[in-house]
Design a protein around this ligand. Sequence first.
Ligand SMILES: CC(=O)N[C@H]1[C@@H](OP(=O)(O)OP(=O)(O)OC[C@H]2O[C@@H](n3ccc(=O)[nH]c3=O)[C@H](O)[C@@H]2O)O[C@H](CO)[C@@H](O)[C@@H]1O
Ligand SMILES: C=C(OP(=O)(O)O)C(=O)O
Length: 418
Amino acid sequence: MDKLLIKGNGPLKGTVRISGAKNAALPLLMAGLLTDKPSVFTNVPALRDVKTTLALLGQLGARVSVEDDKVNIDASEITNLIAPYELVKTMRASILVLGPLLAKFGRAQVSLPGGCAIGARPVNLHLSGLEQMGAKIEVEAGYITAHVEGRLQGANIFMDMVSVGATENLMMAAVLANGTTILENAAREPEIVDLANCLNSMGAKVSGAGTDKIQIQGVEKLHGCHHSVLPDRIETGTFLVAAAATGGKVRCEHAAPETLDAVISKLKEAGAKVTLGDDWIELDMQGQLPKSVNIKTAPHPGFPTDMQAQFVALNCVASGTGVVTETIFENRFMHVPELQRMGANIDLEANSAVCRGGSQLKGAQVMATDLRASASLVIAGLVAEGETLVDRIYHLDRGYEQIEVKLGGLGAKIQRVQ
Ligand SMILES: CC(=O)N[C@H]1[C@@H](OP(=O)(O)OP(=O)(O)OC[C@H]2O[C@@H](n3ccc(=O)[nH]c3=O)[C@H](O)[C@@H]2O)O[C@H](CO)[C@@H](O)[C@@H]1O
Ligand SMILES: C=C(OP(=O)(O)O)C(=O)O
């Protein structure tokens, strides 16, 4: 099993190219199921989750081809409407095939994603929204089986929690429904706007994406698309935090600065000088060490839960005490015991991590437990004294494209080992 060996060696410096966003790419690729015509996506990141998505689409009968960062999907001959456990278990976003399959083919069977490291992550909002659109749904023997007589029907759906995945699934279902669907208390993440833009380029009628009320007027058919995936705001944020923690100066290119307000604001509070262009962000610590910051995660435009672990690592080496509160997932502090093994001074109190800064972290063998927890261990390894070995980095490969190559380009001593 691959591991990352990191030797802390001072400030990161240089320029890094940001990849397309995992969380935008996955629903976009699934949207390829909604049309008989070819869909072409560019700026698709080479990630394990993208491979899983393409394998899933292939298993359903879609013809998929990949050339560098370009993916072509032809879903004109779908032969199978089952998303099996073997694929769904490795990637929770597989549930996003349910809306498109039901809307286009009238039925689908998708394995229940099950619990995962960061929390239980139920899919009740996805299912109840589809039921309100006329679907009949049964959950039995670990599978969700859904069908609808004729077309899904437009509906007014109020979601009693803000869910990114449910908003995306229901939006994709509603584009081919009969009539108008209104999604209230919808998620407002930039990846939802990217999906809506892509669906509209396919002939859908979606308005209000990026607000908490999305209106979708169903159409009978969609055509193909040519869509470039939104840059990854979480990958960008991770490199910026790594630069801040090491006291460095890093410029992220091919980024989307407008999607990172909450993160940039916290980096400035930590003492970083941040400069923005249309598609780049530069962070300069001007030789200073960071100051601790308080953080509370919240749905967009609040502080993203997917950046929480990286800021815990930053707070450990910063000056002062920072309290990081997680409000989205009930078990998203698994990086804390691993950071403690490296000498971090953190106390867990309910859903908050009280991080007392100023520790000189020491290299250790640590274990990645989920995607962003892994990123926080890499950041800690970059500032630790001595060698850090991060095990189980298949989690990292789900969401970071060649992280060791990109960090190496910024001067880090990091290599993949067996
Ligand atoms: C592929 C993708 O885009 N993943 C992102 C997506 O995950 P995902 O779409 O799974 O996250 P959600 O926004 O749905 O989850 C938010 C909260 O709602 C709960 N919930 C969700 C659905 C449901 O039917 N019932 C329910 O109770 C979840 O357990 C969680 O506590 O948004 C999360 C929150 O920003 C991010 O951390 C993930 O990186
Ligand atoms: C939690 C994450 O992803 P997923 O929803 O794909 O598990 C993440 O990207 O941090």
